[in-house]
Design a binder for this molecule. Structure first.
Ligand code: SAM
Length: 214
């Protein structure tokens, strides 16, 4: 497993990762963390929790990894991986996540969440402890981002759309409990880099999906 530490990327064996992770009572995983601002900020506040950010962009992860290293933050990890590579990168590692977050996904991460792709939902499920919580916040419109919507073949989102895909999630052990149309204010509350950026951008409906994975 490749862990970004400042400007360097270090290989952890499965054993090393497991040893480290099992010493924490609670683990929060932020998938598509980008520059890792969310895990860094929260690691500074809640020191008894291990915060793990995953992103395929090494350059992005270096941003807050450098800060964490400089400050000697021991409860945060920046993992170089992606939804598609989780199965390979986390081989032999399972059931360590208490809370799974996916904030403002883009690209193939957004695509597989919107399309409820079973392979990837199942791969994520295998990382989670029984009854892990998940929270996904996303939003887009054909008008605001036509290229991405067309390229990925994304459906128009609405509460009705998420209700429709709920059974697909359930088949993979994801129980969506709440589908909420949220205001732009939530973008600021997330305290992520993209949350801040989009807060001042075009108006688009944002949805929050929460529930349990088991
Ligand atoms: C709009 S940014 C949001 C980043 C961060 N969550 C935030 O709110 O600032 C979307 C992120 O999704 C990541 N991403 C795209 N496809 C992904 C995939 N297949 N697996 C994991 N992350 C992915 C990108 O690298 C990017 O950092």
């Amino acid at each position: 497993m490749r862990i970004v530490k400042g400007n360097k990327t270090i290989e952890y064996t499965t054993g090393e990762f497991l040893d480290f992770v099992k010493s924490w009572e609670k683990v929060v995983l932020d998938l598509g963390t980008g520059d890792g601002r969310y895990v860094y900020k929260n690691a500074k506040i809640a020191k008894d929790i291990l915060w793990i950010g995953i992103d395929p962009s090494e350059k992005q992860l270096q941003e807050y990894s450098k800060k964490a290293l400089k400050e000697g933050l021991g409860n945060v990890l920046f993992v170089l991986s992606s939804l598609e590579n989780i199965e390979k990168d986390f081989e032999g590692v399972s059931e360590f996540v208490d809370d799974l977050k996916v904030y403002l996904p883009w690209g193939s991460l957004l695509e597989h969440i919107i399309k409820a792709t079973p392979t990837y939902l199942n791969n994520l499920r295998s990382l989670c402890k029984t009854d892990a919580n998940f929270e996904v916040v996303l939003g887009y419109t054909e008008e605001a981002e036509p290229t991405e919507v067309d390229r990925l073949g994304l459906s128009e989102i609405s509460e009705a759309y998420f209700e429709k895909i709920k059974p697909l999630y359930k088949e993979c052990g994801w129980y969506i409990r709440e589908i909420t149309l949220v205001s732009k204010e939530i973008l600021g509350e997330l305290d992520t880099t993209w949350g801040k950026r989009l807060k001042f951008g075009a108006n688009r409906p944002m949805y929050k999906l929460t529930g349990i994975i088991n």
